[in-house]
Design a protein around this ligand. Sequence first.
Ligand code: NDP
Ligand code: ZN
Length: 361
Amino acid sequence: MRNDEQYMRLAIEMAKAGIGQTSPNPIVGAVVVNSGEIVGFGAHLKAGEPHAEVHAIRMAGEKAKGATVYVTLEPCSHYGKTPPCADLLIDAGVRRVVIATTDPNPLVAGKGIEKLRNAGIDVKLGVLKEEADELNRVFFHYIATKTPFVTLKYASSLDGKIATATGESKWITSEAAREDVHRYRAVHDAILVGVDTVIADNPSLTVRLPGSGKNPIRIVLDTHLRTPLEANILQDGQAETWLIAGSGVSGEKKKRYESKNVQVISMSTPHINIDELLHVLGERRITSLFVEGGSRVHDSFVRAGAVNEIVAYFAPKLIGGKQAPTPIGGIGFASMADVMQLQIRRVETIGPDIKIVAIPK
Ligand code: NDP
Ligand code: ZN
């Protein structure tokens, strides 16, 4: 027989099955244990489909009676696309519910726990809370701010250049590092770049991995609509593309771009304000945004304080050149007192390259 932490760890592993698939919902895992025997388990796999608890309780059947349920997130208490899981657990006659962390969604927020306790179920809260919070940091950020969780990524030479002075950037890092980037793309709702990156590199911004699922939405910051009509992202039909324009572009110009897969979204101001952009994307249910350059776009996000995580790859190459762009170009900070302070979370090697993951302090 295992202890609460060990069963919860199993539920967390179960939850991971849903990574990249459940947006705008959280990822959740559940395990049902009766007299030391695991009698059911489940994960939430897709918005609109059954919650983790439903799968687990169904599997347990009659053995759910008197059982303990381990669930990584507080069971829901509201009628959404599916009936409340708190009611399901009560009706199934479970004796005890162990929960890793509460659901900050105002529709749930403690009400699920209250419902269980009112029904006489023994509820234990906070087992492996930190790990469970980490698992759903994107969802929690989105619920709290109504804006997407922003990850800023770049591939740089060891001397901190993201292209040569003539603008060449294919390829700085190894295939292994580039594959890692594709794994990040696959779990994001949208990828964002600046129009000058589209002009310089004509990227596809799709997920190219064996057996990969859906492509994220591709978003371009393009104030005056300068994206070439023959650009890959407008032509290949591989994913939806959104062009973000300033308030000054004419309806006629917009029409030239709009098609089944391309939308033009105008901001309220002549220039694109990152704060407004993130709120607009949040309203459109973008919960996670992967920002892939170039250097001026990165600068805008950094100065707006709109970065939640940085993923930086460093290749053992020296590019040099005063004119060669660096990861964060544009204006930057004038004073050391104002610079963005980071905390390094991980340092790894990927093939010949180094990967650093950092978060703002
Ligand atoms: P960007 O791709 O950052 O595009 C900048 C342009 O985006 C601006 O000139 C502006 O044009 C538009 N834009 C609209 N709104 C904003 C905003 N709020 N903030 C910033 N820009 C905005 O261009 P860069 O020239 O800085 O970088 C491109 C270079 O970077 C290329 O050489 C490319 O190869 C390289 N690169 C390297 C990567 C790497 O990881 N190694 C990744 C990506 C690019 P407008 O006013 O017309 O809208
Ligand atoms: Zn539920």
